[in-house]
Design a protein around this ligand. Sequence first.
Ligand code: SAM
Ligand code: SF4
Length: 507
Amino acid sequence: MTTVVCNHCEHTTARVADWVKNRIKPEQIEKYLDHGRCFIDTAAIEQALKANGKPDPRRVRDILQKSLAIETLTPEETVCLIHVEDPELLAEMRQAAQAVKVRVYDNRIVTFAPLYLGNLCVNNCAYCGFRSSNHSEQRRVLSLDEVRREIEVLAGQIGHKRLIVVYGEHPATDVHYIASTLRTIADVKVKTRCGWGQIRRCNVNAAPMSVEELAVLNEAGIGTFQVFQETYHRPTYERLHPAGTIKGNYLWRLYAMHRAMEAGIDDVGIGPLLGLYDWRFEVMALVYHAIELEKKFGIGPHTISFPRIEPAHNTPLAQHPEYAVDDDEFKKLVTVIRLAVPYTGMILTARENARLRREVLPLGCTQTDASSRIGIGAYADLADGDQQGDRQQFLLGDTRSLDTVVRELAEAGCITSFCTAGYRCGRTGQKIMGLLRSGKEGRFCKLNAVITFREWLDDFGSPETIAAGEKVIAEEIRQVREKMPEIFDQFMRYYDKTQAGDRDLYF
Ligand code: SAM
Ligand code: SF4
């Protein structure tokens, strides 16, 4: 066991070491193994990637039809798409990916903000600015009062309704801290221009936990529980995450989402950290992960993320990742993921620069962040425009405001949805998967997107963004009148009430 030193909080070194020792519950891994084996067969994936030659265009087109029918692809079908190099076929794949997204999610994009609450960490991941051996990182955990101040800015000034809240792995930010922060965040209500603002969905990116701890988070009102595997390639994983640290246990992390589902959290988010190993392997493994969750729990991942490693303060590996993914490969892998897991939400983050985000978003992404700040306590200090390199995990590629991103999306014909109704009405997990696959969720989402977009424009939009947004709203209202005449009058009543200052109305 490596020595864990904590000079940054009231936890003594001995207490931290004790906490680390008891984190992993082997019985909560073993019960999910299949005759002692996990669902990632490294040799089989590598063999499949080697074996597949130039794909037959007819087979590729058949696979695209399967995606368009919103069916999860098999690993064999996925590897076939991965091997496509022909520019014409690649263009067809991109078109199909866009069509899949529109079929399931129409022209809606969801926005959110990351919120970092603590950067104390007992692990030592080679690529991360928060790793315990990075002594030049300034460590901090926000108090609940400080959390409140962050939310006042996020919900009261910027206008976010959704967060992904991020925590290091440390007793100072254990499950009880996480649960208290979720409750604190949900309690903050802030007056806005025409009504009031509030965070309505709180997703969590934190270390893998036990079933019992995850049940505590479920009770506290977690949205999606997100854990990235970083790399599914076990030898690489073990090289980058030192043995003896909690994160060094590949299987504890691989089965994090099984435990979440068992604890009743049925919206889970998965992803690799791109740059650690060959992206083709990671995409194949992601598909195995999605299929495994579908098989065991009847529900695939609610979201898939595909972050690329970004430079981090005092972190050489992050400056020069061994398997850096270039922009063309990035676009291809986003296309393949969209086609392989057609129902899932796909998250493109502000790690990427604005130009690339414009190109990649239409390939099938459904969520993106804006006005993002990833320093600990960084929102409460909006006047300080700089990124705080030594207090944040890595550097962002796109720091544009939510207003600018919403306007750009509207100019491209997309509606920014601030809707969080699905989850508050129990449309999660298996229920939402069924609705998404059949296209039925779209009915609620379309109505709620318009109502919440109206709310956001009135509370936070700049005059230019309101002008661009109202053009999109006019078209949406026309479509609702035409396609859902039975609900149109009630919809317009909600819309008018919202314009008059009522808040949080939804179907
Ligand atoms: N400590 C928890 C864990 O590791 O699961 C959650 C928080 S951790 C800060 C969230 C994610 O940040 C990690 O899962 C990793 O994928 C990502 N990350 C770490 N270093 C990064 C870097 N240099 N660039 C981009 N993403 C990074
Ligand atoms: Fe800690 Fe997570 Fe960073 Fe690893 S990635 S050092 S576990 S914060």
